[in-house]
Ligand binder design. Structure first.
Ligand code: F6P
Length: 531
């Protein structure tokens, strides 16, 4: 039997066992959680027992996670379908040395980082100004990895934002660029065009709109543009002066790029020192990922709970539930990180994947989600593993009582998912209200919570730049480990290409310049309606 079969067999053999029963006797909470770097990752409220954990770890070992991990950190071209190294970790380990194609890439990484820092300081202290004075607002135009990372992090770290205000435009929907720019003054706005390829249609279209907006307000619009890209020829063609172009290598994947120049808007907002704290948190998680044995390794165990829930138990989605309003964009960020990385149906060797690919990731901050979709999580017919995130302390000392309420809600939800409420308990609650017989039973059944629903909790001291760095790097490595175990390439994204090509072909049809002949009936009908 393979390890997968062993795991499936073990899962089936204990399918009816309540998770709560695993807490009897042994100090399960301690043995099924990991503390490191100020974080506590608790996976004790899952059905993973010692045998399942042992098998899962053997699975990770057999898949070569350790070897693959070292290959990644060492600059090997593990992104085999694009022939690239995967070195976002180098962006947060500035003192290191990594060789790609026989060349140490770090001097260049350090040089660009230093240029970003110098520019960020200039923008923040008025060394670089707009045509009407000091920069008050920065607009990052980008999409996917060139948007979600800095947008998520700027919101997460807003208590540290003491520089110009950061804004984000991503959608090709003109409403987005319109609504953001409508609030701003072109004379004091810096526009950063962030695009790894500098060809992405949404970004290029929005950049053109921003240029037109600037042109209407200042004499020299190009002077208020900066760019972040790997395509320096294209940034030059757009007219952005080389001293405000911040390049990076092709071994930084878009969804892994917030640590480098793509994080420029974040660095301007929170300052280079706080940005360094974010990098340090990421580097600390890298060290933990490389050094901790698998049983004590947060990234490995977070990945293995993911594999257990998705590939073994068959739960196709997972909810990410930060009890931290400022992590409101984390689920969206993780959607790209996880689903673009591990949403693959072909293994690295070109064969069909025989396991389910990575899960659907979704979520919202608590407590908001509690009043929206938690009903389904508690009483729906499908099991949705939940990943809670919560901090010990907020940034509002005067509102500490609200933070306590927030934490209480987080802990209450995971406890409710674990325990549930039996029919007898529901009857006992209703009986004093005068209900009896069949009506008592009928009403009680609606109030039963099956419980035994798995969750994990990642607890942290406070959402500082360092902690955010730890969390983001933790999830990156989790995705990596899951991808290695599935045998897929987590670093390409061919699945986004077809839609892009078809959109390009449809635009002239919608404009009436070309006919819809050859399109399917539904597309023709919709074109007819929308044209
Ligand atoms: O369409 C997907 C994607 O290629 C993402 O992987 C990437 O983060 C995003 O588009 C933006 O790409 P770029 O930074 O090249 O504009």
């Amino acid at each position: 039997m393979s390890l997968w079969d062993d795991l499936r067999f073990h899962h089936a053999a204990h399918a009816g066992r309540p998770i709560l029963s695993l807490f009897e006797g042994a100090d399960r909470a301690r043995h099924f959680s990991i503390r490191d770097g100020g974080l506590l990752f608790d996976y004790s409220r899952t059905a993973i027992d010692a045998r399942a954990r042992g098998l899962l770890i053997r699975l990770a070992e057999a898949a070569g996670v350790a070897q693959r991990r070292e290959a990644m950190f060492g600059g090997a071209k593990i992104n085999e379908t694009e022939g690239r190294a995967v070195l976002h970790t180098a962006l947060r380990n500035l003192d290191g040395s990594v060789t790609v194609d026989g060349r140490d890439v770090m001097p260049e990484v350090r040089a660009i980082h230093a240029r970003c820092e110098a520019f960020a300081r200039d923008v923040r202290d008025g060394g670089f100004t707009g045509q009407g004075g000091r920069i008050t607002d920065v607009v990052n135009i980008g999409i996917g990895g060139s948007d979600l990372g800095p947008a998520m992090a700027c919101l997460a770290l807003s208590p540290y934002a003491d520089g110009p205000r950061a804004h984000f435009v991503s959608n090709v929907d003109g409403a987005h660029v319109h609504d953001v720019l409508a609030l701003l003054d072109p004379e004091t706005t810096l526009v950063i065009v962030a695009s790894k390829t500098f060809t992405t249609i949404e970004t290029m279209t929005n950049a053109a709109a921003a240029r037109a907006w600037l042109a209407a307000g200042v004499a020299d619009p190009a002077a208020q543009f900066a760019a972040v890209s790997t395509a320096l020829d294209r940034t030059a063609a757009f007219g952005i002066a080389p001293e405000r172009v911040f390049g990076f290598a092709d071994w930084v994947g878009g969804r892994y790029s917030v640590w480098g120049p793509v994080g420029l808007s974040l660095m301007i907002a929170i300052g280079p020192e706080n940005f360094a704290g974010f990098l340090a948190g990421g580097a600390a998680m890298d060290a933990h990922f490389r050094e901790a044995p698998f049983t004590e390794n947060m990234a490995v165990m977070l990945a293995l709970t993911g594999i257990w829930h998705n590939q073994i138990c068959g739960h196709a989605t997972r909810a990410v539930l930060p009890y931290e309003q400022r992590l409101a964009r984390l689920p969206a960020y993780l959607q790209q990180l996880e689903m673009e990385s591990n949403g693959k149906r072909v293994a690295m060797d070109g064969s069909d994947l025989t396991l389910p690919s990575g899960p659907v990731v979704w979520g919202e901050p608590g407590t908001n989600g509690q009043h929206a979709f938690y009903q389904l999580i508690h009483q729906g017919t499908r099991v949705i593993p939940c990943e809670f995130l919560v901090g010990r302390e907020g940034h509002e000392p005067g509102l500490a009582h609200q933070h306590r309420l927030l934490v209480a809600n987080c802990l209450a939800q995971s406890e409710a998912l674990l325990r549930g409420r039996t029919l007898d308990e529901a009857r006992a609650i209703l009986a004093p209200k005068g209900l009896t017989g069949e009506e008592l039973d009928r009403q009680a059944r609606h109030r039963v919570f099956p419980g035994n629903r798995p969750s994990t909790t990642l607890a942290y001291p406070k959402l500082t730049p360092f902690v955010l760095g730890q969390i983001v790097a933790l999830y990156e490595h989790r995705v990596f480990v899951e991808g290695v175990i599935l045998g897929i390439n987590s670093f390409d994204q061919w699945g986004v290409e077809l839609g892009k090509e078809l959109a390009l072909a449809l635009e002239p049809i919608l404009a009436g310049r070309e006919s819809a002949h050859g399109k399917d009936g539904s597309t023709r009908q919709l074109v007819g309606f929308l044209r």
